[in-house]
Unconditional design. Structure first.
Lengths: 359, 359
């Protein structure tokens, strides 16, 4: 039997939450025999029903073990798996690497078979019920081999990542933790703290909130237990970034109070403009690469479909779509993003077909 | 000649930036005679060309003057307009109310004709070139009448708001400023400070950033001069909110460093979850009201159009669309949000037509 992934045996996924079950689904898609374990039988049943794999039996011998449990448990689970499957490659999916890997080794995991991992994917939901076959498609998946990691085990980890449709990126565990403290963990704290401020305020004040506040608090809805774990496991790195943010915010507050701090405020804002340009992703890096065509849709079923049908007939490829929401409902205002040279064709086609194209 | 808006005369818009030119466009749509002024002749020409109004002549007598200039200039411009047009209602569109109105009165504006205003709308772009007829449609527009404001002038301000397609909300100037400090000005500072942190970091760290960081820094791209003005004009209220945010962030950093601070971290995260639920808007308030159907599109022009055509044929009304972006390009992964009862129909129709619907 051929094995296009090259993994050469079953993969055991321990932990059938959002990431574990999604890894199982992606590996099944790639034709891999996936074994599942979860301390919670209900979660396990949901993952099996979803097609993420089968329940591991006593005779099953995995070539690779993926530990997809919260950071506070991952060290022990990796150590146990190391003892149970003495030849298997061991990896995990937790979002903190240095403390988790050190904990695993301290508890007896074999460092020569251990390669840390962290797929850069997630959703605002958690649990096997939120799992998707495509969750990892085209995502970066950081791998943090140890100095002791055997080359064949590093290769197995790369095969796992590719089999799941993701792109492997190698970096050191400490470097990874510093990076996620900056780009993921600190943003989470800022979103949660900002959203928390709303609790103490007059509800009428929140009523006039716009898209800015919604964007800035979207991730505040994340799972409290999981994020307590993540932040605690990366405590030092996160606290260091928070210190810098606190210093910058305090400088801004002081500048505002001084009555003579326009330069300080302007400098803070200008650094933000410059910093934002460093972020990968179309909206962050090059918002002006596309022409935006805005259409006010009638509030009838199927209008959005009709809109796209006209674009399609006009042979205009829509690169992106945004629907704005105001007062808690879709505004009917749809922004289509197309290549600049196609903008006029689209405006013409839509106008001709009676759409309310806004200038 | 009938005047459906009831304003009963021309409206002079002073300042042809994003908001001023959009007000002009919306009033022209409502059939109002709009006079435009701008210190910058190029900006004025763009606004006139866009159809936002005509250049004010010596004999033109406005019934209402809308001052749409930055906060640092608005007081003087309101005072000048008060002296020039001794019967006109005076309003503005600046995002800070107490200091601007006090400045206007100190410089001689007639308080009986003065009604502060702030449309809750904006874009990441600025200038007349970014103006849109629909920018104010369905938006809240805060009006802050003074104790001295004459009732007929308050009514005129309401007519202006309605003529622009927005919804008037009355509140006190100080209450407005406290509200925007919380829901708009502090989020702007947090986004800018967070984005600014990226400048000092290793570029490789930013490479693994995901949607969370993009959301948290989207508004960091805003206009530096305008926002320096806004924050400076609302300095006291913004500094007060920043102090609270700094205190909460410092408590979190301390809890992380204490090694025994899980409760503090969990409490901060839980407050964020609760606070987020207070924010109006579909995604913030009720993310689970719709069924999400995810489709991986082939990278061919028109696929998005074909997708919508199938939904339309299946008589499924798509309530929202999101396209994810990874590694700086659209991933091909499209999430359609539909009413829960329509989800199965859509999955069936798309699968039947060969679309790659993901579980």
């Amino acid at each position: 039997m051929t094995d296009p992934t090259g993994i050469g045996g079953p993969v055991l996924v321990i932990g059938s939450g959002l990431i574990g079950a999604s890894v199982g689904l992606a590996l099944r898609r790639a034709g891999v025999d996936v074994l599942l374990r979860d301390a919670d039988p209900d979660n396990l049943a949901v993952a099996v029903d979803a097609g993420a794999g089968r329940i591991a039996g006593p005779g099953d011998l995995p070539a690779l073990v993926v530990v997809a449990v919260p950071p506070s448990l991952a060290g022990q689970v990796l150590a146990d798996a190391s003892a149970e499957f003495v030849d298997a490659t061991l990896t995990d999916t937790t979002s903190v690497k240095e403390s988790v890997l050190a904990d695993a080794i301290a508890r007896g995991a074999d460092p020569t078979r251990l390669v840390g991992g962290h797929p850069m994917a997630g959703r605002e939901v958690s649990g096997a019920a939120g799992a998707r076959t495509d969750l990892l498609d085209d995502r970066l998946w950081v791998l943090t081999p140890l100095a002791e990691s055997g080359i064949e085990h590093v290769r197995q980890a790369h095969r796992l990542v590719s089999a799941c449709g993701a792109y492997p990126v190698e970096m050191g565990a400490r470097e990874h933790d510093a990076a996620v403290a900056l780009v993921s963990h600190t943003p989470q704290v800022l979103a949660s703290v900002l959203a928390g401020q709303l609790l103490a305020s007059d509800p009428d004040r929140v009523r006039i909130a716009g898209q800015g506040l919604r964007d800035m608090t979207r991730i505040a809805g994340s799972n409290v237990g999981l994020w307590t774990d993540i932040l605690s496991a990366n405590a030092g790195q996160v606290a260091a970034v928070l210190d810098e943010v606190v210093a910058a915010l305090s400088r801004t507050a002081d500048a505002l109070r001084s009555g003579d701090g326009r330069e300080g405020v302007a400098g803070m804002l200008a650094a933000g403009v410059e910093g934002q340009l460093l972020i990968p992703g179309k909206h962050g890096a090059a918002p002006s690469a596309y022409r935006e065509v805005t259409v006010m849709l009638a509030d009838r079923p199927g209008e959005l479909g009709r809109l796209f049908a006209v674009a399609s007939e006009a042979e205009v490829s829509v690169e992106d779509v945004r629907i704005e929401h105001v007062l808690g409902r879709p505004s009917g205002l749809v922004a289509l993003f197309v290549r600049p040279e196609a903008g006029e064709d689209l405006v013409w086609a839509l106008t001709e077909r009676g759409f309310d194209v806004r200038v």
